[in-house]
Write a protein that binds this ligand. Structure first.
Ligand code: TYD
Length: 218
């Protein structure tokens, strides 16, 4: 395992409307039904300070937020999340599933906002003391499809979601590039597959990794 704790750390990543939270919930259910202890969490958020930072950076009406400030708010939220929630759960030997992690900042702020992927990665590695997922599940979604999914039923888009499709295309490409750099650490799946097919493929990969880490089903 790469995180040097007895736990196992999985991040779900992808564009808005990719279905990450549905898949994280499915995986949590499947693992818990085998007697494994699972912690589900999300970014930005996951701690009281993180939830406040979340509304600061996502809600409309907080005035102009420049790209550097935005990146630092996400990184601050993540620092709290990593040290107060994720690392303690991993130390207890739990399986942690997070809806978004460092790759979201690298893709949205590094590529989407043009701050540079290396700079954004390095502030986030500092913020988390280098805590990396054992596996990242990337649900690859076409930006147009993602927008239709998230606005179904008249749901309002947050500050980032309401950016143009071109912004979301840069993000999509950045996620795919990150996955291509370290294929062993990623599972990339097309988000348009049926929910049950995605869930089965994710569970199969996680099962394989847990078994090789000596953490197979109870
Ligand atoms: P998310 O929680 O996935 O949205 P939802 O409200 O649908 O649950 O993410 C909120 C938004 O924040 C999303 O558009 C992606 C963006 N984001 C970043 O730009 N950088 C980051 O580091 C993170 C974690 C999220």
């Amino acid at each position: 395992m790469t995180n040097q704790t007895p736990g196992f750390f999985i991040a779900f990543e992808g564009g808005d409307g990719a279905g990450k939270s549905t898949q994280a919930a499915r995986l949590a259910e499947a693992l818990e039904s085998r007697g494994l202890k699972v912690l589900r969490t999300r970014e930005p958020g996951g701690t009281p300070v993180g939830e406040k930072l979340r509304s600061l950076v996502l809600d409309h009406g907080n005035g102009h937020i420049d790209a550097h400030t935005e990146a630092l708010i996400f990184a601050a939220s993540r620092a709290a999340h990593a040290s107060q929630v994720i690392r303690p759960a991993l130390e207890r030997g739990e399986i942690v599933l997070t809806d978004r992690y460092i790759d979201s900042s690298v893709a949205y702020q590094g590529a989407g906002r043009d701050l540079g992927t290396d700079a954004v990665r390095s502030i986030n590695e500092w913020a988390t003391s280098g805590l990396q997922p054992d596996l990242t599940v990337l649900l690859d979604v076409d930006p147009g499809v993602g927008r239709r999914r998230r606005t179904a039923g008249d749901a309002a888009e947050d500050r980032l979601e309401s950016e143009a499709d071109e912004f979301h295309t840069r993000i999509r490409n950045a996620f795919l590039e990150l996955a291509a750099l370290h294929p062993d650490a990623y599972l990339v799946l097309p988000a348009h597959l049926p929910v049950t097919d995605l869930a089965a493929q994710i569970l199969a990969r996680v099962d394989g990794l847990l078994t090789s880490a000596g953490r197979g089903a109870a």
